[in-house]
Design a protein around this ligand. Structure first.
Ligand SMILES: *Cc1c(COP(=O)(O)O)cnc(C)c1O
Ligand SMILES: [Zn+2]
Length: 467
């Protein structure tokens, strides 16, 4: 049996000029020496790493052990920062990689080439649970009594479910007063989290929660938390597992705070360095047009990781202009309505490792893609569909070939944001105008309107025959 040891893991500053390291039992959200983000690093050569990914299949037969049941912790040898006795799990990561003909046709790929990774099937309905199980584990390791996060909705739902199911700590969530989807807000309230609705947007809420966490020893669970990203690596492990450990050509993921894309890059880099895969897939990160900081910096201004020295002058100028012009993020894809992505530099590193590319898509493209996902499977929330809209764009551009194997990450469940779905499909013009038109959505080509029918058998039969 492989074991884990917290002694062989540390927190390490991602800035190669600094590179300071800190013990994993410290609670940090940035490098105390230079302010950069932190990674979890491992002494792999002193850890018992399996020599083949198929090792992990042996855990399928041991599902009564919660650690082997978890879609995150059955890969615990690849995120060995915690003693097994400290691991917090609620059965996250039972997700599926589903081939989709409907969506493949829409994207423009050959039959059998498009796969949807349904992370909405997690306990709180989004991929965030992959990270929160790891952050909760670390919170337990350091004895945290209160955990907090700022959230566009799903992070708070996830943190709240871990607190309510385990009773390990109290939770305070900071939500902005912009477009929080009701499905998500309802979760934080139902799971009994103290919910502070900050009169500002997500970027404001995040700034405030970071101040509070620094001042009062509250454990911060936003994606600046490097332990969260360790858990999110497992999304890629499961994708590989579903493909019989074959590496696909493309991973396409929506970009908000850029935690997922960063985690994916780290996962593939580590797997390659460990000799467990022989090549790395390309990564496409998709922004919404109304929240396109990464697109602007990477594609328009050419900012690169550059061996750990990205051009800070360009980045700083970009944010200074944003503030001077009072530009605020604005998209119906509320989960990626973020203008100051905290993991920007880690994402730049991931883009370098994965020969990555960034695109932006409109809210119209997002909602159309979402309707195609729904018509062809389990459905998703708007932000998730940015991945499919982005894959379609890259296919049209010829960047993705029709024969490429493409995995789109569906980050959140369809039921998270019923308002957007109903406004798109219902055919109710007033609702459409109120909810969607202001964001540039002009029509609903894949709308599936309810058919109104009189309460009369004959009329119902006529309606069935006519439709
Ligand atoms: C959090 C979230 C995102 C954005 O992910 P990042 O890691 O912040 O880039 C996208 N979609 C959904 C549904 C989310 O909850
Ligand atoms: Zn540092």
């Amino acid at each position: 049996m492989l074991s884990t040891s917290a002694d062989l893991a540390c927190q390490r500053c991602i800035n190669p000029v600094c590179g300071s390291t800190f013990a994993v039992d410290q609670t940090l959200t940035a490098c105390p020496d230079c302010g950069s983000l932190l990674d979890i690093a491992y002494e792999w050569d002193r850890l018992p790493v399996p020599d083949s990914l198929s090792f992990f299949e042996s855990r399928w037969s041991n599902r009564r052990n919660p650690l082997d049941y978890s879609g995150v912790w059955r890969f615990r040898d690849l995120l060995p920062f915690a003693p097994e006795s400290q691991i917090v799990t609620i059965g996250e990561g039972q997700t599926i990689l589903q081939p989709s003909t409907t969506v493949g046709n829409y994207v423009g790929l050959n039959a059998g080439s498009l796969f949807l990774q349904y992370e909405g099937l997690n306990p709180s309905g989004s991929f965030k649970d992959n990270g929160m199980t790891a952050a909760s584990t670390h919170a337990r390791m350091v004895g945290a009594k209160i955990a907090a996060c700022a959230s566009t909705g799903n992070t708070s739902a996830s943190l709240a479910i871990y607190a309510s199911t385990t009773g390990l700590f109290r939770v305070v969530v900071f939500v902005g007063s912009g477009k929080i989807a009701y499905g998500k807000l309802s979760q934080a309230l139902d799971y009994n989290a103290l919910t502070l609705q900050v009169l500002g947007d997500f970027d404001d809420a995040l700034a405030r929660v970071q101040e509070v966490a620094g001042d009062r020893g509250i454990y911060l669970c936003n994606s600046v938390n490097p332990f969260r990203l360790e858990g999110q690596k497992s999304i890629m492990f499961r994708v590989l597992e579903s493909l019989n450990w074959e590496v696909p050509d493309w991973i396409v993921v929506p970009g908000g705070n850029l935690g997922n894309s960063s985690a994916f890059g780290k996962a593939f880099t580590e797997l390659r360095d460990l000799g467990l895969i022989d090549r790395i897939p390309r990564l496409a990160v998709i922004n919404a047009e109304g929240a396109n900081t990464l697109y602007q910096l990477y594609e328009e201004r050419g900012v690169r990781w550059n061996g750990g020295s990205p051009d800070d002058a360009i980045i700083d100028q970009f944010f200074a202009d944003m503030d001077a012009e009072q530009r605020r993020a604005n998209t119906l894809a509320s989960a990626i309505e973020i203008n100051r992505p905290v993991n920007l530099k880690k994402c730049l590193r991931a883009l370098e490792a994965c020969d990555g590319i960034v695109r932006q898509v409109s809210d119209q493209e997002i909602l159309d893609a979402k309707a195609q996902v729904g018509a062809g499977g389990f459905g998703c929330e708007p932000a998730s569909a940015a991945s499919v809209a982005g894959a379609r764009l890259l296919r049209r551009e010829g960047v993705i070939a029709p024969s490429d194997r493409v995995v789109c990450i569906l980050t959140g469940h369809q039921l998270k944001d019923p308002d957007a779905t109903v406004a798109y499909h219902s055919g109710d013009k007033a609702l459409f105008d109120k909810k969607l038109a202001a964001n540039g959505v002009k029509n609903a080509p894949f709308g599936n309107q309810p058919v109104v029918v009189e309460n009369d058998l004959q009329k119902i039969i006529e309606a069935l025959e006519a439709n």
